[in-house]
Ligand binder design. Structure first.
Ligand code: BGC
Length: 379
C-alpha cells in the first residue's frame, strides 16, 4: 500500500508568476513553501519520514508561458523530481491540474469556453510524451470545488457568480478529463481525478427544504462528475475533509459539539469510512485517498486526526475494500488559497520568511504508524 503525503504546485512551489492566481492575489503566495528551490531536500525528508508515495502537481502556467511557448527547462525540473522520487523508492502521484490556469488561458475565457479544452489537451500530450515512467496520474483536482468557488460562490478567480457558467465549466472539465484520459492511457498506468467528497447531513431532519437540499448537494457536488466519467477511471481518488449540515441549497453549518479544524470544519473521522464504503459499493473500483488532513496550531490534534482517520481506513480494508494508498494533506505547510498562509496543514512546518523546514511530531507519528502497518503489527 502507498503511504504518503501531498502538495500542489501553486500552493507550495513559489514564484508562479504566470498563473491566474498570481494575478488574482497580486503575488501574495510569493515563495510559498519554497518547494521549487528545495525539492531535493524535501524528497530526502519524505524518505526519512518513511513515506513511499508523494502526490504533487505540475504548474501548467510554468510550462506554457504562452499558448505556444513551452518552457522545456521547467519541464526538465519536473522530470528530475520524478526521477529523484523513483531513486528513493517513492511512488510519484502526478497531478496535472490543481485549480490554477495560465493567465493567457484565463484571458481567452478559461474553462467557461469549450474551445479552450484543446489548449489543455496540448498540455496533456506533452505530459504524456514526457512522463511515460509515471504510473499514477490525477488529471484534475476537485472539479466540483473549482466550479463552485470560481463560478458560483465567486471567491476564487475569475470570481463569477453564475449558475449556468458553473455548470458549463463542470461540463467542459468533464470533456477535458475524458479526452485527456484517452491520450494518457497506456497498459502500465492508472489514471483518475481527485474528487472532494463531503458527508452531507440535513440540519433539520424534518424540514423538507433541508432534506431536499442535502440530497441535491450529495447528487450534484459529490456524484455528478464521477457518474459522468466513470468509464474512464482506473481507480477513484478521494479527498476527504469534513461533514456538513445542510440548511438549504448551498447554505450549511457544522455540528456544534464536534471538534473543529482551524477553519471551523468539523473533524469527523468516521466519514472517511462511510464515504469509501459508499464509493466502493457503487463503483467496485480501487480507491486512493489523495487528500485527508487538518489545519491546526496544535500538533497533538493532528496526531489524533491521523490516528483516527487511518483507523477507519484500515477498517475499510479489513472489510474487503481495495485501497491503493493514503496521502496526508499536506506534506508541507503551504499557501491555503483565499485563506493565505495562516492555516497550517503540514507534517512539516515551514518558516515562510526563510523557507526553513522543521519536522513536526505528527510526521514522526505518521512514520511510526506506517511502519506498524507495513510490518502488519496492526491488522
Ligand atoms: C484542495 C487543496 C486545499 C485543501 C485544504 C482541498 O480541497 O485540493 O488545494 O489546500 O483542500 O483546504
Amino acid at each position: 500500500m502507498l503511504w504518503g503525503s501531498a502538495i500542489s504546485s501553486y500552493q507550495a512551489e513559489g514564484d508562479n508568476f504566470n498563473s491566474d492566481w498570481w494575478e488574482f492575489d497580486k503575488g501574495k503566495s510569493s515563495k510559498a513553501s519554497y518547494f521549487w528551490y528545495k525539492w531535493k531536500e524535501d524528497i530526502k525528508l519524505l524518505k526519512e519520514l518513511g513515506q513511499n508515495a508523494f502526490r504533487f502537481s505540475i504548474e501548467w502556467s510554468r510550462i506554457y508561458k504562452s499558448e505556444n511557448e513551452i518552457d522545456f527547462k521547467s519541464l526538465d525540473v519536473y522530470k528530475e523530481i520524478v526521477d529523484e522520487l523513483f531513486k528513493n523508492n517513492i511512488e510519484p502521484i502526478l497531478t496535472i491540474w490543481h485549480f490554477t490556469n495560465p493567465i493567457w488561458f484565463s484571458k481567452k475565457g478559461g474553462w467557461a469556453n469549450k474551445e479552450n479544452i484543446n489548449y489543455f489537451l496540448d498540455y496533456i500530450n506533452l505530459i504524456s510524451k514526457n512522463f511515460q515512467n509515471v504510473k499514477y496520474f490525477i488529471i484534475l483536482n476537485e472539479p466540483n470545488v473549482y466550479s463552485f468557488k470560481s463560478y458560483l460562490e465567486g471567491t476564487w478567480p475569475p470570481q463569477e457568480k453564475n449558475l449556468i457558467k458553473a455548470f458549463n465549466v463542470l461540463r467542459n472539465l468533464k470533456e477535458a478529463y475524458i479526452e485527456a484520459y484517452k491520450i494518457l492511457k497506456n497498459k502500465s498506468n492508472l489514471i483518475s481525478f481527485s474528487q472532494n467528497l463531503i458527508i452531507f447531513k440535513p440540519y433539520r431532519i424534518y424540514n423538507p427544504l433541508s432534506l431536499i437540499s442535502t440530497i441535491l448537494n450529495d447528487k450534484i457536488f459529490n456524484f455528478w462528475f464521477i457518474e459522468k466519467v466513470k468509464k474512464y477511471l482506473d481507480f477513484i481518488g478521494i479527498n476527504y475533509y469534513t461533514r456538513v449540515l445542510v440548511k438549504f441549497f448551498s447554505k450549511y453549518t457544522y455540528n456544534e459539539s464536534s471538534q473543529k479544524n482551524c477553519l471551523g470544519w468539523e473533524v469527523y473521522p468516521k466519514g472517511i469510512y462511510e464515504i469509501c464504503k459508499r464509493i466502493y459499493k457503487k463503483y467496485k473500483k480501487p480507491i486512493m485517498i489523495t487528500e485527508n488532513g487538518i489545519c491546526t496550531d496544535n500538533d497533538f490534534q493532528r496526531i489524533e486526526f491521523i490516528k483516527e482517520h487511518i483507523f477507519y481506513i484500515k477498517k475499510a480494508i479489513n472489510e474487503g475494500l481495495k485501497i491503493l494508498g493514503y496521502m496526508y494533506w499536506s506534506f508541507l505547510d503551504n499557501y491555503e488559497w483565499k485563506e493565505g498562509f495562516e492555516p497550517r496543514f503540514g507534517l512539516i512546518e515551514v518558516d515562510y520568511k526563510t523557507g526553513e523546514r522543521k519536522i513536526r511530531k505528527s510526521a514522526y507519528f505518521y512514520k511510526e504508524l506506517i511502519n506498524l502497518y507495513k510490518k502488519e503489527v496492526i491488522k
